[in-house]
Design a protein around this ligand. Structure first.
Ligand code: SAM
Length: 278
């Protein structure tokens, strides 16, 4: 059944683009994870992404980045849960189905933070699957450029507990100052033992050109994010653990599209990171 996508803006619609990549991975037997919900979100969203041929070109370009990061963050969050962390925040969660898809230990709360129309759509699609989530899910409609800490607290977030934060698929749509404000808020809410996982990439000329051919509208959404992710983390008291996307992908037997690989001129690096509060 199609659900209402009214009010989901251009940046919100990128969540469906990521769902396309996860749905493609779900369909292959040797996939790095399963995500039966991605297809469900896409079916419910109708033709929100435009022509199908564009979607296929997009999958070819972006699939490895998205699926490798998904698996990397799945492993990271499972490890945090095994260490006893019971509070997870998915910042800009889009169509991330981890509240349902991952097996959470009893007593875990997953906060699902995104724009209100995105969460309204997601909750409507998933309402038929109530009870499949092993964590308590709290939807937190918020604009991350405003005071979202108050919104998170009002949904029961506790800053005296360690938190596993995930910022996936977001940083490259922020500028340097917005990335700093975001991390200042996350850090102010984090008690010792908290972890922060995120992906980031520099939008180099190859990636920009490749994406422009598929969707100039998407390229227009990209900004710099934190230009030096290690320094960004240090400034806010986090101990960085940065990995090149290509290295993590190789561990899973995958190779990112060349547009994501640092060429000889280091024209566009891509990272996956899991930092701890120092
Ligand atoms: C590329 S999607 C990534 C979604 C998800 N993290 C994933 O990897 O599947 C980017 C998400 O960021 C959200 N987003 C971007 N800017 C935001 C803002 N200012 N406030 C709240 N959410 C925002 C969008 O609504 C969208 O769901």
């Amino acid at each position: 059944m199609e659900r209402d996508v009214t009010g989901i803006d251009a940046i919100g619609r990128t969540a469906f683009a990521v769902a396309t990549l996860r749905a493609a991975e779900h369909r292959i037997p040797e996939g790095l994870f399963t995500d039966p919900y991605a297809e469900r979100f896409l079916r419910a969203a109708g033709d929100v992404l435009g022509p199908r041929h564009r979607a296929q070109a997009f999958v070819t370009l972006m699939r490895t980045q998205a699926v490798v990061r998904t698996r990397f963050f799945d492993d990271h969050l499972r490890a945090a849960a095994e260490r006893g962390c019971r509070q997870v925040v998915l910042v800009a969660s889009g169509m991330d189905s981890r509240p349902w898809r991952l097996e959470w230990p009893a007593g875990t709360t997953v906060f699902d933070v995104d724009q209100e129309p995105v969460l309204r759509f997601k909750s409507a699609v998933m309402e038929d699957h109530a009870g499949l989530d092993t964590a308590t899910r709290r939807a937190v409609p918020a604009d991350l450029r405003e005071d979202w800490a108050a919104r998170l607290r009002s949904e029961g977030f506790r800053d005296d507990l360690p938190t596993a934060w995930l910022i996936e698929g977001l940083l490259y749509s922020l500028d340097e100052q917005a990335s700093d404000r975001l991390l200042a808020t996350v850090s102010g809410l984090s008690s010792p033992g908290s972890t922060l996982a995120f992906d980031h990439f520099e939008v180099g000329p190859s990636l920009r050109a490749a994406t422009d051919r598929i969707s100039p509208g998407l390229t227009r959404l990209w900004q710099t994010g934190p230009t030096d992710p290690a320094a960004w983390l240090h400034r806010h008291g986090w101990q960085p653990d940065l990995h090149e996307l290509a290295d993590v992908a190789a561990r899973f037997g995958r190779t990112p599209h060349p547009a994501y690989n640092p060429g000889p001129q280091t024209e566009g690096r891509s990272w996956l990171a899991a930092a701890t509060l120092a």
